[in-house]
Design a protein around this ligand. Structure first.
Ligand code: FES
Ligand code: MG
Length: 575
């Protein structure tokens, strides 16, 4: 028998002195009896509820079910708010604030009398922000995702988050649908609580939470409004109390094996390229040495098994009914592609968790032998245009463009690009390569999801549906195309991307992992000497801190001084 570790919260509530009076007395204003302070694990429910973040707007309900679970198990639940990041509402991009929210989480966890924490996560950036912050504090931690929305339905047709917006706005512009119909489709796309129900970034990150072992099995796919989401929340509340008793801290779960499992799972779900940046950042916090090359190495030969939008046909609701992520994990384990012994939040290994998983719909979750898309890992590109790497999602790209040389058509910023793509005088054809600069972490700022540039109007009219696009931006998880993203170093940091000019020739060769600019080193040096960096977007406030300290995409775009963890030692008394 090991002696149980003393509860951290007892450093506040277990004191029989002036400070003990102080720490307990103010909480008693809610009617907590004295015995509540005498040795129950105090569990923080870290809530990203916000009306400004519609994807997380049902989190008060989820928090209540977590609370019941904590009480069931004899814990003391205390819910607290942290910054919520609404992907669709925040400008210039929610990603600018991911690191800020992570600081909020880390400091709140450390400063308060908590023994364990439940992370309520949903919309894209809330998941990595909370995991990053929690990793730096490293208490026992369990993740509960908010769950995807029900399928979008409009006039009898299934529509997916994001994925159908572009086609509908094109139809409106072309006068093929009325404004009334447009508004009706908006309501039909988002008809329940929850996050985007395609395999976009939110569903990808919820799957990462499950594959990393930070949540209970089944977390990724249960729809937000399915009663079983609330049940999972309650079980998670019960389980976190046990995790505190077992001192099962986050760093015991977030091992290199867990990240390798997550990367393989990312390929098997055809997940968002955004997960690359987020996993790198989370690994950096917990102290796991992960690099871009690990994505290349581990993703090779892993097939995409799920037929979900944006690249496929179905939605997260269908994925849940088919058996959800446990089916995918089991399939990967059968291929020897996961570390099946990796520990998860319920105290069992990931392998043990999925032994009973069954596939109820082989159209939605395809067998490994007949995958929806073969070899679907995210590919890493390098070359003189991206010395520190760039990413492409081959499963979302056009096979005929995977090895292609073309003439660069360059846009210095996103405004210039938008103005140009609608101009029918733009000198461009389908064989050209569109290059967008100054959309990286420092440049945008915040590395916005603008990498999937709209195709030029005149080429769309000719029936062109895909072209190579290259930028230092990210791309929405709900988008697709032959899009090279996350070019590092970014243009605004003086990366070679800044030096590309109209008419340069560029070769993309995905199989060779290369991205080459056909300009000599001497010419590039001359261009560099003449290069004037763009003015930074801010000279004060958080945005200035961000621009001054943000790491490049290949390092997870964290702030340099946030990498690593400080744990949760009890700070000094406050009075
Ligand atoms: Fe929140 Fe898509 S906008 S998950
Ligand atoms: Mg997005």
């Amino acid at each position: 028998m090991t002696t149980k570790k003393p509860l951290r919260s007892q450093e506040w509530f277990g004191r029989q002195d002036k400070m003990g009076f102080y720490y307990r007395s103010f909480l008693k204003n809610r009617g907590f009896p004295q015995d509540q302070f005498e040795g129950r694990p105090v569990i923080g429910i870290c809530n990203t509820w916000s009306e400004l973040n519609p994807c997380n707007s049902h989190f008060r309900t989820i928090a209540e079910h977590v609370r019941y679970g904590i009480l069931d198990a004899g814990g003391f639940p205390l819910e607290f708010p942290v910054s919520s990041l609404g992907e669709v509402t925040m400008r210039p991009t929610a990603m600018l604030y991911r690191n800020l929210a992570s600081m909020d989480v880390e400091e709140a966890v450390r400063a308060h009398p908590l023994d364990g924490v439940v992370l309520l996560m949903g919309c894209d950036k809330t998941t990595p922000a909370l995991l990053m912050g929690a990793a730096s504090a490293d208490l026992p931690t369990i993740g509960v995702s908010g769950g995807p929305q029900l399928r979008g339905v409009y006039r009898g047709k299934i529509i997916g988050s994001g994925t159908n917006i572009i086609s509908m706005s094109e139809q409106l512009r072309a006068g093929e649908i009325t404004l009334e119909e447009f508004h009706e489709a908006e309501a039909g796309m988002n008809r329940s609580s929850g996050h985007c129900m395609t395999m976009g970034t939110a569903s990808t990150m919820a799957s990462m939470v499950e594959a990393l072992g930070v949540s209970l099995p089944g977390n990724a796919a249960i729809p937000a409004v399915d009663a079983r989401r609330n049940e999972l929340a309650r079980f998670s509340g019960r389980r976190i109390v046990e995790m505190v008793n077992e001192d099962l801290t986050l760093s015991k779960i977030l091992t290199i094996e867990a990240f390798e499992n997550a990367i393989r799972t990312l390929a098997a779900i055809g997940g968002s390229t955004n997960a690359v940046v987020h996993l790198l950042a989370i690994a950096g916090r917990i102290g796991v040495d992960l690099s871009l090359d690990d994505f290349d190495r581990l993703g090779k030969g892993v097939h995409c098994l799920v037929n979900l939008m944006p690249s496929g046909q179905f939605l997260m609701e269908d994925f849940y009914y088919a058996g959800g992520l446990p089916v995918v994990l089991k399939s990967l384990i059968e291929q020897g592609l996961l570390h099946e012994g990796a520990l998860t939040a319920n105290g069992r290994s990931i392998g043990e968790n999925v032994t009973k998983a069954e596939n109820w719909n082989a159209e939605v979750i395809t067998p490994f032998a007949e995958p929806f898309k073969p070899d679907a890992g995210i590919a890493i590109l390098r070359g003189n245009l991206a010395p520190n790497g760039a990413v492409i999602k081959p499963s979302a790209a056009s096979p005929e463009l995977m090895n292609h040389t073309g003439r660069a058509v360059v846009f210095e910023n996103v405004e210039e690009m938008h103005a140009a793509v609608d101009d029918d005088d733009l000198d461009i054809d389908a064989s050209c390569i569109m290059v967008l600069k100054n959309c990286g972490p420092k440049g945008y700022p915040g590395m916005a999801e603008v990498g999937n540039m709209p195709l030029p109007h005149k080429l769309l009219q000719q029936g062109v549906r895909d072209m190579i696009r290259i930028s230092d931006a990210r791309m929405s998880g709900t988008a697709y195309g032959t899009v090279v993203l996350h070019v590092a170093p970014e243009a605004a940091a003086g990366g070679p991307l800044a030096l590309v000019r109209n008419g340069d020739r560029i070769t993309l060769d995905v199989a060779a992992g290369s991205l080459h600019l056909h300009v000599s080193a001497e010419d590039l040096a001359q261009r560099r000497a003449a290069w004037v960096p763009p003015a930074p977007a801010a000279d004060r406030g958080y945005t200035k801190i961000y621009i001054d300290h943000v790491l490049q995409a290949d390092k997870g775009a964290d702030l340099d001084f946030l990498v690593g963890r400080s744990g949760a030692a009890v700070p000094r008394d406050n009075h």
